[in-house]
Design a protein around this ligand. Structure first.
Ligand SMILES: [Ca+2]
Length: 264
């Protein structure tokens, strides 16, 4: 008996997201949507003929595929037992962009495994506009160059992590901290170090129900009033150095002038 020419799949499953249209062996083109937080995907094909082989993007099907934000073409190639008959199924996977909100020159972006996760009630408030108790309890020793950001993200995955990125209008020093307001703690503003500071972007992660989640409940919602603080020593170091440098230069010039006068 000649080897089979069956290069069909009997199933095609994604580790995240659903195929559209629904899988059918004779349908070769699909699309799927995943949330921004989904960075890799495993595509699992099942061949209709157990003697056929399938690769995903030219490699073993179990290899996770990195997803860029936007469209990602994934090719599943099936080779029939005859070694000649080939069929290619294609899945166009769209990874959602970050949800963002912008105010007073500062942009907030969030990422979460859930596609339904939505920013609500985002407010950007300059220090001077903060409510009395929040303003009066801001710790000394920091420069507050950017607005406080008060946001709520809802319909996110319960118990998940929310990745938060702030993009500020200026470069952030590496020793900057974020301060989170919690009226029930003493002092109410608690500082924490972001997971990453790069250029004008600061990134950190909140765990639903964790210490940085203002509602302290595992409920798929994140509540987070924060402000960026730059340690005042760092914020002032450059002008201070400049002043000293000018003073020392002036002293050196005076000393030189005095030496010349004495040695005429
Ligand atoms: Ca929560």
């Amino acid at each position: 008996m000649a080897p089979s020419v069956n290069a069909n799949l009997s199933a095609l499953v994604l580790s995240n997201g659903a195929l559209s249209p629904t899988f059918a062996p004779t349908t070769l083109g699909y699309t799927a949507q995943v949330a921004n937080g989904v960075t890799t995907l495993i595509v699992t094909p099942t061949t209709a003929d157990t003697g056929a082989t399938a690769t995903v993007n030219g490699t073993t099907a179990s290899t996770p595929i990195s997803l860029a934000v936007g469209a990602n073409a994934i090719a599943v190639t099936v080779t029939a037992p005859d070694g000649v008959t080939i069929k290619t199924y294609t899945v166009m996977v769209t990874r959602a962009g970050l949800q963002t909100a912008t105010g007073l020159g500062t942009t907030l972006s969030i990422a979460n495994p859930s596609t339904a996760c939505t920013l609500t009630n985002t407010q950007f408030t300059p220090r001077a506009g903060l409510p009395g108790p929040q303003q009066s309890t801001l710790p000394a020793g920091y420069a507050y160059l950017y607005p406080a950001v008060d946001f709520k993200a809802e319909q996110c995955s319960s118990g998940s992590d929310l990745q938060v990125t702030f993009t500020f209008s200026g470069v952030i020093p590496s020793n900057a901290v974020l301060l989170k307001y919690d009226a029930t703690t003493n002092p109410p503003w608690q500082s924490f170090t972001p997971s990453s500071i790069a250029g004008n972007q600061v990134t950190y992660t909140i765990h639903d129900g964790g210490p940085l989640d203002g509602d302290k409940a595992v409920n798929g919602e994140f509540v987070d009033p924060v402000i960026l603080g730059v340690p005042a020593v760092s914020a002032q170091s450059i002008p201070t150095l400049d002043r000293w440098a000018l003073l020392m230069l002036a002293c050196a010039m005076l000393a030189m002038a005095g030496w010349r006068l004495r040695h005429r």
